[in-house]
Design a protein around this ligand. Structure first.
Ligand code: AFP
Length: 340
């Protein structure tokens, strides 16, 4: 293996491919294309404050949310980067209600791509970290024609690759192909436009000291969650209570949780029993990464990766992070017996 200092993403992928003689190289090509899209999106994100790209297009996305131009740019950039390589039979995006078919006359491949092009977009104007999240499956529908909704609605344990790009103080791409191959983080060196291996085989601490959720929703939380947070605030761990950290951008909060340990929570509550975050292109990819890094991800009861999806944009409560922290909140939720 090359010295870590000059381990570029392409080289890391190629070396990983050598470990799997059966590999066709398609997943490698997909990851490289995704990294190209990430570089182009990063360029726009990093200069958003300088050009008129800020602000609203006046359009709304499928969820009725005001769409910022960067959302659209990221969405279109990913589709343009991914729709002509012959890797995919179908795609799906947070920004489109229905599945996205490949343009006619394009070669159809055996993979499925789901993505949130720019998660955390309400933070763009405040220059807070935002991100892209991606999730890849193999098709399950028969034949070699266009993919179907059935191909997109697979449980998360069927993913073949999951990852995210965090556009923060630096741009980082984190991905895993699961099955013990590890979680790897690459930092973009803008000097020569390459992602360099900066976090090899990331493992989340078994227990953290940080909890992360929107405490503004406290009065709608289930009783068990209130008791859990009170426990973290009123007991001492290494001499002090847990620290609260909440960016309000899932990719940033998950990235910190992965590196530092602790727990990120977006619960179901009185108003929204399914919570806010999307199963297919937010929670499933993050759960795949977190489990591969030695953590845990559930909806409070069952593994996120075992949820059988019924809709492209369905939401799920999510409790994700260090093994001990997630197991403990599940205990408090059980004791709370779904009472409010
Ligand atoms: P936006 O894309 O509207 O900024 O929402 C971001 C997000 O989907 C996710 O990235 C955050 O974890 C979560 O919403 C924050 O939601 P609250 O603002 O309700 O805490």
């Amino acid at each position: 293996m090359a010295t870590k200092r000059f381990m570029t993403l392409p080289r890391h992928i190629m070396e990983g491919e050598k470990l799997h003689p059966e590999a066709t190289g398609e997943l490698s090509a997909i990851l490289l294309q995704l990294s190209l899209a990430a570089k182009l999106i990063s360029l726009e994100v990093n200069k958003a404050g300088l050009v008129e790209i800020l602000g609203f297009t006046g359009d709304e996305n499928v969820h009725g949310e005001k769409v910022k131009k960067l959302d659209i740019y990221a969405h279109e950039m990913l589709i343009k980067a991914m729709d002509h390589g012959g890797y995919f039979c179908v795609m799906a995006s947070e920004e489109e209600e229905d599945i996205i078919h490949l343009p006619p006359h394009h070669k159809i491949g055996k993979y499925v791509l789901l993505f949130d092009p720019l998660d955390g977009s309400s933070n763009i104007d405040a220059n807070i970290s935002i991100g892209t999240i991606f999730s890849i499956y193999k098709r399950i529908s028969p034949g070699n024609g266009p993919g179907t909704l059935q191909d997109c609605l697979q449980p998360g344990f069927q993913q073949v690759v999951a990852g995210y790009v965090v556009y923060g103080s630096s741009t980082m791409l984190v991905y895993t192909s699961g099955h013990g191959h590890g979680v790897h983080g690459f930092t973009l060196d803008p000097a020569f436009g390459e992602f360099l291996l900066s976090h090899d085989d990331i493992k989340i601490p078994n227990q953290g000291r940080i909890y992360s959720l929107n405490e503004g929703n406290y009065f709608t939380w289930p009783l068990g969650l209130k008791n859990y947070i009170k426990y973290l605030q009123s007991n001492l761990f290494d001499g002090k209570p847990y620290q609260a950290r909440y960016v309000g951008s899932m990719v940033a909060d998950i990235h910190r949780t992965l590196l530092y340990g602790g727990i990120f929570i977006y619960p179901g509550d009185k108003r929204n029993p399914k919570g806010k975050l999307r199963l297919m292109y937010e929670c499933n990819p993050m759960a795949f990464i977190m489990e591969e890094a030695g953590g845990r991800a559930t909806d409070g009861k069952k593994r996120i990766l075992e949820i059988q999806p019924t809709g492209l944009h369905e939401r799920t409560p999510v409790f994700i992070g260090s093994m001990k922290d997630v197991l403990l909140v599940e205990k408090y939720l059980r004791e709370g017996q779904d009472r409010y």
